[in-house]
Design a protein around this ligand. Sequence first.
Ligand code: PBG
Length: 325
Amino acid sequence: MNDLQFKRHRRLRRTESMRSLVRETKLQKEDLIYPIFIVEGENVKNAVKSMPGVHQVSLDYLSDEMSELEQLGIRSVIVFGVPQEKDEVGSEAYHDAGIVQKAIRHIKEAHPSLTVVADTCLCQYTDHGHCGIVRDGDIANDESLELLTKTAVSQAEAGADIIAPSNMMDGFVAAIRKGLDEAGYSQIPVMSYAVKYASAFYGPFRDAAHSSPQFGDRRAYQMDPANRMEAIREAESDVEEGADFLIVKPALSYLDIMREVKDRFNLPLVAYNVSGEYSMIKAAAANGWVNEEEIVMEKLTSMKRAGADLIITYFAKDAANYLDQ
Ligand code: PBG
Protein backbone atom coordinates (compact mmCIF):
# COMPACT_ATOMS: atom_id res chain seq x y z
CA MET A 1 0.00 0.00 0.00
CA ASN A 2 2.67 2.47 1.05
CA ASP A 3 4.41 2.64 -2.28
CA LEU A 4 1.21 3.31 -4.26
CA GLN A 5 1.30 6.69 -6.01
CA PHE A 6 -1.99 8.55 -6.32
CA LYS A 7 -3.66 11.89 -5.68
CA ARG A 8 -6.02 12.48 -2.76
CA HIS A 9 -8.81 14.55 -4.34
CA ARG A 10 -11.13 13.73 -1.49
CA ARG A 11 -9.19 16.03 0.86
CA LEU A 12 -11.17 18.92 -0.58
CA ARG A 13 -14.52 17.15 -0.21
CA ARG A 14 -14.45 16.12 3.44
CA THR A 15 -16.76 18.69 4.99
CA GLU A 16 -19.39 21.10 3.76
CA SER A 17 -17.23 24.06 4.76
CA MET A 18 -14.31 22.64 2.78
CA ARG A 19 -16.57 21.98 -0.20
CA SER A 20 -17.96 25.47 -0.16
CA LEU A 21 -14.42 26.88 0.04
CA VAL A 22 -13.46 25.24 -3.26
CA ARG A 23 -16.80 25.54 -5.04
CA GLU A 24 -16.11 26.95 -8.51
CA THR A 25 -19.59 27.93 -9.65
CA LYS A 26 -22.18 29.83 -7.70
CA LEU A 27 -25.74 30.54 -8.59
CA GLN A 28 -27.10 33.88 -7.41
CA LYS A 29 -30.55 35.40 -7.52
CA GLU A 30 -29.15 38.22 -9.68
CA ASP A 31 -28.50 35.66 -12.41
CA LEU A 32 -32.16 34.81 -12.84
CA ILE A 33 -34.66 36.24 -15.33
CA TYR A 34 -38.28 35.20 -14.83
CA PRO A 35 -40.63 34.82 -17.84
CA ILE A 36 -44.18 36.20 -17.60
CA PHE A 37 -47.17 35.67 -19.89
CA ILE A 38 -49.64 38.55 -20.02
CA VAL A 39 -53.16 38.17 -21.35
CA GLU A 40 -55.90 40.67 -22.01
CA GLY A 41 -58.93 41.02 -19.80
CA GLU A 42 -59.34 41.55 -16.10
CA ASN A 43 -58.95 39.33 -13.13
CA VAL A 44 -57.40 36.54 -15.17
CA LYS A 45 -54.97 34.08 -13.66
CA ASN A 46 -54.96 31.00 -15.88
CA ALA A 47 -52.84 28.06 -14.87
CA VAL A 48 -50.87 26.77 -17.86
CA LYS A 49 -51.70 23.08 -17.80
CA SER A 50 -48.48 21.84 -19.32
CA MET A 51 -46.36 24.05 -17.02
CA PRO A 52 -47.29 23.47 -13.36
CA GLY A 53 -46.79 26.66 -11.33
CA VAL A 54 -46.86 28.96 -14.38
CA HIS A 55 -49.82 31.26 -15.08
CA GLN A 56 -51.03 33.65 -17.72
CA VAL A 57 -52.01 36.82 -15.90
CA SER A 58 -53.92 39.95 -16.82
CA LEU A 59 -52.53 43.43 -16.20
CA ASP A 60 -54.28 43.83 -12.85
CA TYR A 61 -52.36 40.83 -11.47
CA LEU A 62 -48.98 42.10 -12.61
CA SER A 63 -48.39 44.23 -9.57
CA ASP A 64 -48.84 41.28 -7.17
CA GLU A 65 -46.61 39.17 -9.33
CA MET A 66 -43.87 41.84 -9.41
CA SER A 67 -44.05 42.40 -5.65
CA GLU A 68 -43.57 38.70 -5.10
CA LEU A 69 -40.52 38.69 -7.35
CA GLU A 70 -39.04 41.72 -5.63
CA GLN A 71 -39.56 40.14 -2.24
CA LEU A 72 -37.78 37.04 -3.44
CA GLY A 73 -34.88 39.13 -4.71
CA ILE A 74 -35.45 38.51 -8.42
CA ARG A 75 -34.62 41.65 -10.37
CA SER A 76 -35.38 40.83 -13.99
CA VAL A 77 -38.33 39.60 -15.99
CA ILE A 78 -38.90 38.76 -19.64
CA VAL A 79 -42.39 39.56 -20.88
CA PHE A 80 -44.47 37.67 -23.44
CA GLY A 81 -47.75 39.12 -24.65
CA VAL A 82 -50.65 36.80 -25.46
CA PRO A 83 -52.97 39.02 -27.55
CA GLN A 84 -56.64 38.43 -28.15
CA GLU A 85 -56.52 39.47 -31.80
CA LYS A 86 -54.16 37.91 -34.29
CA ASP A 87 -53.78 38.76 -37.98
CA GLU A 88 -51.58 37.99 -40.96
CA VAL A 89 -49.01 40.68 -40.15
CA GLY A 90 -49.02 40.50 -36.35
CA SER A 91 -50.31 44.07 -35.90
CA GLU A 92 -50.73 43.72 -32.15
CA ALA A 93 -46.99 43.14 -31.76
CA TYR A 94 -46.18 46.76 -32.66
CA HIS A 95 -49.36 48.48 -31.54
CA ASP A 96 -48.72 51.24 -29.02
CA ALA A 97 -51.60 49.91 -26.88
CA GLY A 98 -50.74 46.25 -27.49
CA ILE A 99 -50.81 43.89 -24.55
CA VAL A 100 -47.07 43.74 -24.09
CA GLN A 101 -46.62 47.51 -24.39
CA LYS A 102 -49.28 47.99 -21.72
CA ALA A 103 -47.64 45.40 -19.51
CA ILE A 104 -44.23 47.03 -19.82
CA ARG A 105 -45.67 50.46 -18.89
CA HIS A 106 -47.48 48.92 -15.97
CA ILE A 107 -44.40 47.19 -14.59
CA LYS A 108 -42.07 50.15 -15.06
CA GLU A 109 -44.52 52.52 -13.36
CA ALA A 110 -45.10 50.39 -10.30
CA HIS A 111 -41.67 48.72 -10.07
CA PRO A 112 -39.12 50.96 -11.80
CA SER A 113 -36.14 49.07 -10.44
CA LEU A 114 -37.10 45.77 -12.10
CA THR A 115 -35.29 45.15 -15.36
CA VAL A 116 -37.84 44.43 -18.07
CA VAL A 117 -36.70 42.39 -21.04
CA ALA A 118 -39.08 42.39 -24.03
CA ASP A 119 -39.20 39.29 -26.24
CA THR A 120 -39.36 40.56 -29.81
CA CYS A 121 -41.13 38.13 -32.11
CA LEU A 122 -44.31 37.90 -34.17
CA CYS A 123 -45.41 34.30 -33.57
CA GLN A 124 -47.86 35.06 -30.76
CA TYR A 125 -49.37 37.84 -32.87
CA THR A 126 -49.73 36.27 -36.33
CA ASP A 127 -52.75 34.11 -37.20
CA HIS A 128 -50.43 31.59 -38.92
CA GLY A 129 -48.17 31.42 -35.84
CA HIS A 130 -44.88 31.98 -37.66
CA CYS A 131 -42.20 34.37 -36.43
CA GLY A 132 -42.28 36.47 -39.60
CA ILE A 133 -44.46 37.42 -42.54
CA VAL A 134 -45.60 34.61 -44.81
CA ARG A 135 -45.46 35.03 -48.61
CA ASP A 136 -46.45 32.07 -50.81
CA GLY A 137 -45.93 29.65 -47.94
CA ASP A 138 -42.48 31.01 -47.14
CA ILE A 139 -41.24 33.37 -44.44
CA ALA A 140 -40.22 36.64 -46.09
CA ASN A 141 -37.05 37.59 -44.24
CA ASP A 142 -36.49 41.23 -45.15
CA GLU A 143 -40.12 42.24 -45.00
CA SER A 144 -40.34 40.66 -41.55
CA LEU A 145 -37.36 42.72 -40.39
CA GLU A 146 -39.34 45.92 -40.86
CA LEU A 147 -42.15 44.71 -38.63
CA LEU A 148 -39.79 43.31 -36.04
CA THR A 149 -37.97 46.64 -35.92
CA LYS A 150 -41.28 48.43 -35.40
CA THR A 151 -42.06 45.97 -32.61
CA ALA A 152 -38.72 46.58 -30.89
CA VAL A 153 -39.09 50.36 -31.11
CA SER A 154 -42.61 50.26 -29.67
CA GLN A 155 -41.36 48.07 -26.80
CA ALA A 156 -38.57 50.55 -26.10
CA GLU A 157 -41.08 53.41 -26.23
CA ALA A 158 -43.17 51.59 -23.63
CA GLY A 159 -40.12 51.49 -21.37
CA ALA A 160 -38.46 48.11 -21.96
CA ASP A 161 -34.92 48.05 -20.57
CA ILE A 162 -33.65 45.35 -22.93
CA ILE A 163 -34.87 44.18 -26.36
CA ALA A 164 -34.61 40.43 -26.92
CA PRO A 165 -35.35 39.41 -30.51
CA SER A 166 -36.19 35.69 -30.76
CA ASN A 167 -37.42 35.45 -34.34
CA MET A 168 -34.29 34.04 -36.04
CA MET A 169 -34.61 36.13 -39.20
CA ASP A 170 -31.25 36.96 -40.82
CA GLY A 171 -30.11 40.47 -39.97
CA PHE A 172 -32.51 41.00 -37.08
CA VAL A 173 -29.84 42.44 -34.81
CA ALA A 174 -28.60 44.90 -37.45
CA ALA A 175 -32.14 46.00 -38.33
CA ILE A 176 -33.31 46.38 -34.74
CA ARG A 177 -30.11 48.12 -33.62
CA LYS A 178 -30.50 50.65 -36.45
CA GLY A 179 -34.19 51.14 -35.72
CA LEU A 180 -33.57 51.69 -32.01
CA ASP A 181 -30.74 54.15 -32.68
CA GLU A 182 -32.78 56.15 -35.18
CA ALA A 183 -35.68 56.35 -32.74
CA GLY A 184 -33.40 57.70 -30.03
CA TYR A 185 -32.88 54.48 -28.09
CA SER A 186 -29.17 53.99 -28.57
CA GLN A 187 -28.88 53.30 -24.82
CA ILE A 188 -31.16 50.23 -24.98
CA PRO A 189 -29.22 46.96 -25.30
CA VAL A 190 -30.11 44.06 -27.58
CA MET A 191 -30.13 40.61 -26.01
CA SER A 192 -30.08 38.44 -29.09
CA TYR A 193 -31.45 34.92 -29.27
CA ALA A 194 -28.31 34.34 -31.29
CA VAL A 195 -28.37 30.56 -31.22
CA LYS A 196 -31.89 29.19 -31.21
CA TYR A 197 -32.55 25.61 -32.21
CA ALA A 198 -35.76 24.21 -33.72
CA SER A 199 -36.53 22.27 -30.57
CA ALA A 200 -39.21 19.93 -29.29
CA PHE A 201 -38.49 21.43 -25.86
CA TYR A 202 -40.64 24.47 -26.72
CA GLY A 203 -43.87 22.45 -26.69
CA PRO A 204 -45.34 23.67 -23.37
CA PHE A 205 -44.45 27.33 -24.14
CA ARG A 206 -46.60 27.21 -27.24
CA ASP A 207 -49.55 26.29 -25.00
CA ALA A 208 -48.74 29.18 -22.69
CA ALA A 209 -48.22 31.73 -25.46
CA HIS A 210 -50.66 30.32 -28.05
CA SER A 211 -47.91 30.49 -30.62
CA SER A 212 -47.90 27.15 -32.44
CA PRO A 213 -47.34 27.42 -36.18
CA GLN A 214 -50.61 26.68 -37.98
CA PHE A 215 -48.81 24.99 -40.86
CA GLY A 216 -45.34 23.50 -41.18
CA ASP A 217 -42.69 24.07 -38.53
CA ARG A 218 -39.91 26.53 -37.74
CA ARG A 219 -37.03 24.64 -39.30
CA ALA A 220 -36.58 27.14 -42.11
CA TYR A 221 -35.45 29.74 -39.57
CA GLN A 222 -34.56 28.02 -36.29
CA MET A 223 -31.43 25.89 -36.25
CA ASP A 224 -30.92 22.18 -36.77
CA PRO A 225 -30.04 20.55 -33.40
CA ALA A 226 -27.29 18.62 -35.17
CA ASN A 227 -25.22 21.73 -35.92
CA ARG A 228 -22.34 23.27 -34.00
CA MET A 229 -20.35 25.33 -36.51
CA GLU A 230 -23.53 27.02 -37.62
CA ALA A 231 -24.09 28.17 -34.04
CA ILE A 232 -20.71 29.90 -34.11
CA ARG A 233 -21.60 31.61 -37.40
CA GLU A 234 -24.91 32.79 -35.95
CA ALA A 235 -23.27 34.18 -32.83
CA GLU A 236 -20.46 35.77 -34.85
CA SER A 237 -22.83 37.71 -37.09
CA ASP A 238 -24.89 38.90 -34.13
CA VAL A 239 -21.75 40.19 -32.43
CA GLU A 240 -20.79 42.03 -35.63
CA GLU A 241 -24.30 43.45 -35.96
CA GLY A 242 -24.11 44.92 -32.47
CA ALA A 243 -25.67 42.48 -30.01
CA ASP A 244 -24.99 43.26 -26.33
CA PHE A 245 -25.91 39.82 -24.93
CA LEU A 246 -26.01 36.39 -26.59
CA ILE A 247 -28.66 33.79 -25.77
CA VAL A 248 -28.27 30.07 -26.36
CA LYS A 249 -31.59 28.24 -26.39
CA PRO A 250 -32.58 25.65 -25.22
CA ALA A 251 -30.08 25.19 -22.42
CA LEU A 252 -29.69 21.63 -21.24
CA SER A 253 -29.11 19.75 -24.46
CA TYR A 254 -26.86 22.57 -25.66
CA LEU A 255 -24.36 23.07 -22.83
CA ASP A 256 -21.54 22.27 -25.27
CA ILE A 257 -22.66 25.12 -27.52
CA MET A 258 -22.85 27.45 -24.54
CA ARG A 259 -19.30 26.72 -23.51
CA GLU A 260 -18.05 27.29 -27.02
CA VAL A 261 -19.91 30.59 -27.43
CA LYS A 262 -18.63 31.73 -24.04
CA ASP A 263 -15.03 30.94 -24.94
CA ARG A 264 -15.20 32.70 -28.28
CA PHE A 265 -17.11 35.89 -27.61
CA ASN A 266 -16.68 38.50 -24.93
CA LEU A 267 -20.34 39.23 -24.29
CA PRO A 268 -22.58 38.27 -21.40
CA LEU A 269 -24.03 34.85 -22.19
CA VAL A 270 -27.61 33.95 -21.38
CA ALA A 271 -29.01 30.41 -21.10
CA TYR A 272 -32.70 29.98 -21.87
CA ASN A 273 -33.89 27.10 -19.72
CA VAL A 274 -37.00 26.46 -21.81
CA SER A 275 -40.50 25.27 -21.07
CA GLY A 276 -40.02 21.58 -21.89
CA GLU A 277 -36.95 21.43 -19.66
CA TYR A 278 -39.09 22.89 -16.88
CA SER A 279 -42.14 20.70 -17.34
CA MET A 280 -40.17 17.46 -17.54
CA ILE A 281 -38.70 18.10 -14.10
CA LYS A 282 -42.05 19.20 -12.68
CA ALA A 283 -43.69 16.02 -13.97
CA ALA A 284 -41.00 13.73 -12.61
CA ALA A 285 -41.04 15.53 -9.26
CA ALA A 286 -44.84 15.32 -9.03
CA ASN A 287 -44.50 11.58 -9.41
CA GLY A 288 -41.91 11.45 -6.66
CA TRP A 289 -39.27 10.15 -9.07
CA VAL A 290 -36.68 12.87 -8.46
CA ASN A 291 -35.90 15.37 -5.73
CA GLU A 292 -37.08 18.62 -7.29
CA GLU A 293 -34.93 21.02 -5.31
CA GLU A 294 -31.74 19.08 -5.86
CA ILE A 295 -32.42 18.56 -9.56
CA VAL A 296 -33.30 22.20 -10.16
CA MET A 297 -30.20 23.51 -8.41
CA GLU A 298 -27.98 20.96 -10.14
CA LYS A 299 -29.33 21.90 -13.56
CA LEU A 300 -29.11 25.66 -13.05
CA THR A 301 -25.58 25.28 -11.69
CA SER A 302 -24.61 23.22 -14.72
CA MET A 303 -25.68 26.06 -17.01
CA LYS A 304 -23.47 28.49 -15.13
CA ARG A 305 -20.60 26.01 -15.19
CA ALA A 306 -21.05 25.77 -18.97
CA GLY A 307 -20.49 29.52 -19.15
CA ALA A 308 -23.87 31.17 -18.76
CA ASP A 309 -23.80 34.47 -16.89
CA LEU A 310 -27.58 34.73 -16.74
CA ILE A 311 -30.43 32.23 -16.92
CA ILE A 312 -33.95 32.80 -18.18
CA THR A 313 -35.93 30.24 -16.23
CA TYR A 314 -39.44 29.37 -15.05
CA PHE A 315 -37.68 28.00 -11.96
CA ALA A 316 -36.55 31.49 -10.89
CA LYS A 317 -38.98 31.73 -7.97
CA ASP A 318 -38.29 28.17 -6.82
CA ALA A 319 -34.55 28.75 -7.03
CA ALA A 320 -34.79 32.03 -5.11
CA ASN A 321 -36.64 30.20 -2.36
CA TYR A 322 -34.04 27.43 -2.28
CA LEU A 323 -31.23 30.01 -2.14
CA ASP A 324 -32.89 31.61 0.90
CA GLN A 325 -32.85 28.39 2.91
C1 PBG B 1 -40.94 32.97 -29.66
C2 PBG B 1 -40.38 32.20 -28.53
C3 PBG B 1 -40.47 30.83 -28.25
C4 PBG B 1 -39.88 30.63 -27.00
C5 PBG B 1 -39.42 31.87 -26.58
N1 PBG B 1 -39.72 32.81 -27.55
C6 PBG B 1 -41.17 29.73 -28.94
C7 PBG B 1 -40.74 29.25 -30.25
O1 PBG B 1 -39.74 29.67 -30.82
O2 PBG B 1 -41.49 28.43 -30.75
C8 PBG B 1 -39.79 29.32 -26.28
C9 PBG B 1 -39.59 29.40 -24.83
C10 PBG B 1 -39.83 28.16 -24.07
O3 PBG B 1 -40.05 27.05 -24.59
O4 PBG B 1 -39.79 28.29 -22.84
N2 PBG B 1 -40.39 32.76 -30.89
